[in-house]
Structure formats: structure tokens, C-alpha cells
Ligand binder design. Structure first.
Ligand code: GLC
Length: 766
């Protein structure tokens, strides 16, 4: 195994060594050049190190995204960073080495959020972090946690939810898991990076209230509850200033108000002005260029950059290095326990699957079902997901075909004979990336066209099999948003669905649709056709096995939607303020939704909007069916100072064991009159496995401050005293089972007046 440059260098006499001397002593011993080197990464080619000057950080981890500069004379190692979140992304092969390095592809963030199970998400974080540790990575560039503001954002799959509480709690759990390994986790992308079109320069224009309540709230929760050691700034501007150059965001808010003690790094090549970034408190620039190093050096010499600011940033970087496995000379093994991690991938995929519709208990599959007709390319080549724009080099991706066969089902041979050669042939046209075993894997951004078996064939299939399964897939990646046409089923998909339903329903056999998507798509126009719809998201490498378990009823679905599925695209509150069909160009004065995006829907994102403005949706936030049924009773609230404990009894009143997600929504007194959402999620909890007839008490905690709205006039969080708050216990945002009222005393907490919009906007108001 390779050792860091620092580890190989003997310490000189009288030179303070990192890890032995204090951070101050080490920082004081650094030359100006060393300081400038330390705050600038070693360049894109982390293997070689490209920075000017002496001793670049040599890293032995190809495929890693970035590294820091080693200063052996002070015992400062060069540490290595690599992407997540849905699995560690490094290169499969290493120089002079014949072994292949595999990592586990976990379900994507939307799927993890759908579990509403923070313990399970912590296990996923633990496993990804362990792979990082065992492959010699010090910093994992995850979790990603921007709000899913619009279904067309190309990176929604990497983000958790349209709701900040779900987002924050999931990210916190993931961070705890990763950092349990001693590997640094990185909250990204801070902040308001909700579109990929023109992501390096787009100005997100948002009210202070929407920032505080929606776009920053998840970060605030994750920082407090997860205590990450790093934050990555986003590419975009926030109200006119690049996030990485924003004093308000990085110093006033993050450091002074939220007391963040870790390291802030830029997004890769993010921001424009290295000096402004240093001043704002963007401690480290990644991946780092020679130009940035020269600029910082010159600015200090010319007294354009206060050296004290550079010193502050240097100390923050040293803190990160101090914690790194490299500094502790951790001997990584290159062999994480991939079997154990596959089991976690499988379990989390199962719990994240959301049963959207299940007419006359089409699922679980009847025990008489032995042979399945499998339609849709993705049934044979599931899209597992990826980290950023790249795929994780997993051992395999279990397709639905393989999952069903592993579970003992027969799959129609004539359909296999149709699809498998078609998909294999697609590979030569560049459509498919690799053939791992018999399973083709998609190029992340493109999907093959759907086949259209002739009606005679479909009729024969309907006769010779017991039911039909049809998978519909979408994939996307970093730096591009989805096209509006991706939101709808393509004509060929509708045609296939129609003809399969026609043939199978004609002989009284069921059709189940599996959604293999990273986020929200249109469902309203076609959801009446199949008997059941199971949303599997991008379920990771074990997807097919997880799906087979859920379809067969070995695993009872307990996932619920972390995003609303609207009836129409035009119903999406940001529909008129989001780039549709992304190839656009800047215009003088700025082009709407490209150079800038106005967040006119304000705080009314997702269900907050549909609920408050009376829009019917296709599937509401928090929705997810089970094979069993739950009854809620005896809601209670106990106040202890500013802390409220809410409890409710949940009984499994059905016939199968299952878990239930309880959602606690709160309505402020006279919400409508005070321009507040009809109700907002404030807490949630998932039961353990409940046997039929079993009852559990579910407890959730909220603090008075969690109930506050942000008043931009006074820059304060405020709880209104003018009446009772209503606490709703919901099985979804649209399925409230119980409630109680409580008089919460008024409260006002003043905070910094930061991130003011620079332009007038017409904000949505109730
Ligand atoms: C870009 C991406 C970020 C990733 C980094 C390193 O900045 O936005 O998510 O971690 O590159 O690959």
C-alpha cells in the first residue's frame, strides 16, 4: 500500500509537526507560499499533482476528484477527496496493478429519503464512508442536499426531497454514518443550486424568507444534527453574489450564526475571484489551479488580501487534515466488505420503494403467479443510479429479469429473446456502457428506444404467462437539466403500455408498472391503465433483487414519497421560473431562467403550494401504500419548556407485517391570513416492523423554534401567539389520521440580516 509523502519524510528539528504541535504552531511555521498552496487543491489530475512549486501531493487513488497540497517538512499530508453520494466513485483500475477496485452502488438520495428511515440512511452512510476509508479516501464529497424545486432539475436524483426537514434529517444521518469511519463528509452544494442549466453562473434570486425556511433550512438541520467536517459551496450566485464569494453566506450565516467549525471548499472550478473567495471564507479552492495560487500569493504581497483572512482559512484546512485517515497513517486495505454493503444496498432499496397504486391488491403477486411477461428495456437493464455524472464501479447491477429469476419466477423466453440481443446490440452504438455478465448498463444520459412487440405476440404472451411487468425508466446527470419531454412518457412508452394493458386485461391478467426514475415524472395521464404502480427510483446495484422481494411480498412496501407528483407540469409552482429545454444563451442584461432565476413561488415549494392553493395532485407528498393497513389513535402532546413531545399509537390492523411512516404536520394559527403554508412537516418517525394486531407508540419531538416562520422585516424567527397551533398526524400530507391543538407561546429570535435580494420580485402570496 502506498504511503503519503508526509509519512515518508523525516521531521526536521524544530519544525512543528501537524498532529503533534498545535494547529497555531503549525500555521505560524508556514511560509506564505505554503499557505497559498494549502488553500488551493493540487489540480484535476490528482494522480500527478499539477501545482507550481515544490512537492505536489502525490495521490495513489486514480479517479479521485481532488487532493490537497502536502507539506512534508511540517508533517502536513496531501489528502484525497472523492465523490459520492450514491456510492464511492474512483477508477476501477490502478497503474501497475491488475486488480479491479469495486465499490457498492447504493440507491440514490431520492430513494433513501423515501425510506423515511434515518437509521437505515445512517447505515448507508456508514458503508459508503467505509469504502472511502478502505480505498484510501479522506474526504467523501457527499451528501448532496439541495431542495428538489422542480421535476426537471438534472440532479434531483442526488437530492433528497422538496421538504427541508426530510432533507436535513436524511443528510444528518448520512453524515453521522460516514464520519463514524473517521472519513470527512461534505454537505453540498451550499446553497440554492436547484438547476443545472448555466449552473456555473446562474443567479438564484430568492427572498430571505424562502432562503431561511426552505433552501437553507435543510443545511441548518444537517449541520446541527450531523456535525459535518466540510461544506462545499455551489457554483451559482445567490442574490447577485457567487455562493463561494459570499461573506453573508459563508461568514455571517455559516460561521457566526450556525457556528460551523469545519472546512469550506468550492465546487470544482466554482466562482470567479480567488481573492473574494478567500475573504468570504471559502477556505479551499478545488480542484485548484496555478492561476489561483499565483493570484492569492500576489494579493497578499500587494496588500489586497489581508493575510489574517488567509491564515483563518489555512487553519480550517489544517483542521480537516488533522482528522484525516492519512494523517493518522491509517492502513487501508483496498478490500471493503462488499457483501455486507450489498446487503445494505438491497435493504435500503426495498424500504425506499413506494407503492403508488395497487388496485384490488394486484400486489403482492398471487402465489399462482409463476411466469412473468417482462416488458420495457429497463426491466432487462435497470438504471441503478450514479454519483454525480459518473457511474459507480459496482460488481454488478441486478436487473429485474435477474431478480425475478433469482426469486424462482420464470420469465417469458420469447421476450428475453427479443430484448436481450436488442440491448446488447445497442452497446455497439454507444448506448450502453458496459456488459457486466449478461446485464447491460446504460450510458447515464441516454436510454434505448422502446421496442414495440406486435399485437399477436402480446396476445400470445398474455396467454402463456400469468401477468405483465413493464418498467419505465429515466436517467439524468450533472450539468444538464432534463428536457420537458422527459417529464412525460414518450409516445413509444405510452404505446407499449396501452398495448400490453389491452392484451393482458383482455384475458383478465394484471399489469404492473415499475418506475425506474430519479425524481418526479408525469403519471396522471396514464396511471389508470395498469393495475399497480411501484416506484423503485434508481435503486442501486441490488435493484432487481429488491424489486422481486417487494413484488413477491417478502418485503412489505413502507416507502413514502419525499416529493409530490403533480397532475400537470404547469401546476409545479416553479414552472414559469425554470429553464425549459436547456440550450440557451446569455443575453445582455441577463436572460431569465438562464442568467438568473426568480424564485417567485417563494416559500410555496412542493406540497406547501399544492396544499395552500388547493391544487389536486397525482400522488401527494408522503404518499405510499402498504400490503397491510395501519390505524392511528390517542394523539398526545407533552410540553417541557420549549420542547414538545408528540406521540400517537399506531396499530397494524391488516394481515401482513409492516412498517408505517408517521408524519407530523403543523398549521400555524390563521395560516392563510398570515401568508403561511396550510401545513408544514415538522417531524416524522418510522415504526419498527409491526406484526398484524401489534400496536406501537410513535414519538416525535419538536422545539418551539421549529414552529417559527421567518420575518424578513425584522430578520427574526417568529412564532405567532394569536391562537392554537394544530398538530396533524398523517399517513401522507393528504391522509391525516388524527390531530390535536395546542397553544404555543409566542416567540421571537433575531438573527443576521443576510443575503438580501438585489432586485424586486413578484412573490407568491396567499
Ligand atoms: C462538481 C460537482 C460536485 C462534485 C465535484 C467533484 O463540483 O458539482 O458535486 O463533488 O464536482 O467531482
Amino acid at each position: 500500500m502506498a504511503m503519503s509523502a508526509a509519512a515518508m519524510t523525516a521531521c526536521g528539528p524544530g519544525k512543528p509537526q501537524l498532529g503533534v504541535a498545535t494547529i497555531d504552531e503549525v500555521a505560524d511555521a508556514m511560509t506564505l507560499k505554503e499557505k497559498a498552496h494549502l488553500v488551493v487543491g493540487t489540480g484535476m489530475d490528482v494522480h500527478a499533482g499539477t501545482q507550481t512549486g515544490e512537492s505536489p501531493a502525490h495521490t495513489p487513488i486514480p479517479g479521485a476528484a481532488g487532493a490537497t497540497y502536502a507539506i512534508p517538512r511540517l508533517g502536513i499530508p496531501g489528502i484525497v477527496m472523492a465523490d459520492g453520494p450514491a456510492g464511492l466513485r474512483i477508477n476501477p483500475m490502478r497503474e501497475g496493478d491488475t486488480a479491479t477496485y469495486y465499490c457498492t452502488q447504493f440507491p440514490v438520495a431520492t430513494a433513501l429519503a423515501s425510506t423515511w428511515n434515518t437509521d437505515l440512511v445512517e447505515q448507508v452512510g456508514q458503508a459508503v464512508g467505509n469504502e472511502a476509508l478502505e480505498y484510501g479516501i479522506d474526504v467523501l464529497l457527499a451528501p448532496a442536499m439541495n431542495i428538489q424545486r422542480n421535476p426537471l432539475c438534472g440532479r434531483n436524483f442526488e437530492y433528497y426531497s422538496e421538504d427541508p426537514v426530510v432533507t436535513g434529517k436524511m443528510a444528518a444521518a448520512y453524515v453521522r454514518g460516514v464520519q463514524g469511519n473517521g472519513v470527512c463528509a461534505t454537505l453540498k452544494h451550499f446553497a440554492v443550486n436547484n438547476q443545472e442549466s448555466n449552473r456555473m453562473a446562474n443567479d438564484a434570486r430568492v427572498s430571505q424568507r424562502a432562503l431561511r425556511e426552505i433552501y437553507l433550512k435543510g443545511f441548518e438541520i444537517a449541520l446541527k444534527e450531523g456535525k459535518p467536517w466540510a461544506v462545499m459551496t455551489s457554483y451559482n450566485k445567490v442574490n447577485g453574489t457567487y455562493a463561494s464569494e459570499s461573506v453573508g453566506l459563508l461568514t455571517t450565516l455559516l460561521r457566526d450564526e450556525w457556528k460551523f467549525k469545519g472546512t469550506v471548499m468550492s465546487g470544482w472550478f466554482g466562482g470567479r475571484n480567488a481573492v473574494l473567495q478567500m475573504e468570504a471564507g471559502n477556505d479551499m479552492l478545488q480542484p485548484g489551479t496555478d492561476g489561483q495560487y499565483e493570484t492569492i500569493l500576489k494579493a497578499v504581497k500587494d496588500k489586497k488580501l489581508d493575510e489574517a483572512k488567509l491564515d483563518r482559512n489555512v487553519r480550517h484546512v489544517l483542521e480537516m487534515l488533522l482528522r484525516s485517515p492519512r494523517l493518522q497513517k491509517y492502513k487501508y486495505t483496498d478490500s471493503p466488505d462488499l457483501n455486507a454493503h450489498a446487503a445494505i444496498a438491497r435493504r435500503s432499496a426495498e424500504e425506499g420503494m413506494v407503492l403508488l397504486k395497487n388496485d384490488s391488491m394486484a400486489l403482492p403477486l398471487d402465489s399462482a403467479v409463476r411466469k412473468v411477461a417482462l416488458f420495457g428495456c429497463a426491466s432487462y437493464a435497470l438504471v441503478p443510479g450514479g454519483s454525480g455524472s459518473g457511474t459507480v464501479n459496482s460488481l454488478h447491477t441486478v436487473s429485474l429479469l435477474e431478480g425475478l429469476e433469482n426469486a424462482g419466477y420464470a420469465v417469458s423466453d420469447s421476450l428475453k429473446a427479443l430484448y436481450l440481443p436488442y440491448l446488447a446490440a445497442g452497446q455497439s452504438k454507444g448506448r450502453l456502457k458496459t456488459l457486466a455478465g449478461s446485464v447491460p448498463e446504460y450510458d447515464t444520459q441516454r436510454l434505448p428506444r422502446e421496442l414495440q412487440p406486435a399485437m399477436a405476440m402480446l396476445e400470445a404472451e398474455a396467454d402463456s404467462t400469468d401477468m405483465a411487468l413493464l418498467t419505465i425508466s429515466r436517467t439524468s446527470g450533472e450539468s444538464e437539466d432534463l428536457d420537458i419531454t422527459d417529464f412525460f412518457l414518450r409516445r413509444e412508452e405510452t404505446q407499449l403500455l396501452d398495448s400490453v394493458c389491452k392484451a393482458f386485461h383482455a384475458v383478465g391478467k394484471k399489469v404492473v408498472v415499475v418506475l425506474n426514475v430519479g425524481g418526479v415524472i408525469e403519471t396522471a395521464s396514464w396511471k389508470d391503465k395498469p393495475d399497480a404502480i411501484l416506484c423503485a427510483w434508481l435503486p442501486g446495484q441490488e435493484g432487481g433483487n429488491s424489486l422481486a422481494n417487494v413484488l413477491a411480498g417478502k418485503s412489505v412496501p413502507s416507502g413514502k414519497l419525499p416529493v409530490s407528483f403533480p397532475l400537470h407540469y404547469e401546476d409545479v409552482p416553479s414552472a414559469s421560473n425554470f429553464p425549459i429545454n436547456a440550450m440557451q444563451r446569455s443575453t445582455p442584461g441577463g436572460k431569465k431562467d438562464w442568467d438568473y432565476t426568480n424564485y417567485e413561488e417563494d416559500i410555496y415549494v412542493g406540497y406547501r403550494y399544492y396544499d395552500s392553493f388547493g391544487y389536486e395532485v397525482s400522488y401527494p407528498f408522503g404518499h405510499g401504500l402498504s400490503y397491510t393497513a395501519f390505524e392511528y389513535s390517542e394523539p398526545t402532546i407533552v410540553a417541557d419548556g420549549d420542547k414538545y413531545t408528540l406521540a400517537v399509537k399506531v396499530k397494524n390492523a391488516g394481515h401482513m407485517p409492516g412498517k408505517e411512516v408517521v408524519q407530523l404536520y403543523v398549521s400555524a394559527p390563521q395560516a392563510g391570513r398570515h401568508n403561511k403554508p396550510e401545513k408544514e412537516l415538522k417531524a416524522f418517525a418510522k415504526t419498527d416492523m409491526l406484526q398484524p394486531g401489534q400496536t406501537a407508540e410513535v414519538k416525535m419531538e419538536v422545539r418551539a423554534i421549529d414552529l417559527a416562520s421567518f420575518n424578513s422585516q425584522t430578520s427574526s424567527w417568529e412564532v405567532d401567539g394569536g391562537g392554537s397551533h394544530t398538530f396533524w398526524f398523517g399517513a401522507s400530507s393528504d391522509d391525516i389520521r388524527d390531530s390535536l391543538r395546542y397553544d404555543v407561546p409566542p416567540l421571537q429570535v433575531k438573527v443576521g440580516d443576510v443575503l438580501k435580494p438585489q432586485t424586486m420580485m413578484r412573490l407568491l402570496h396567499r
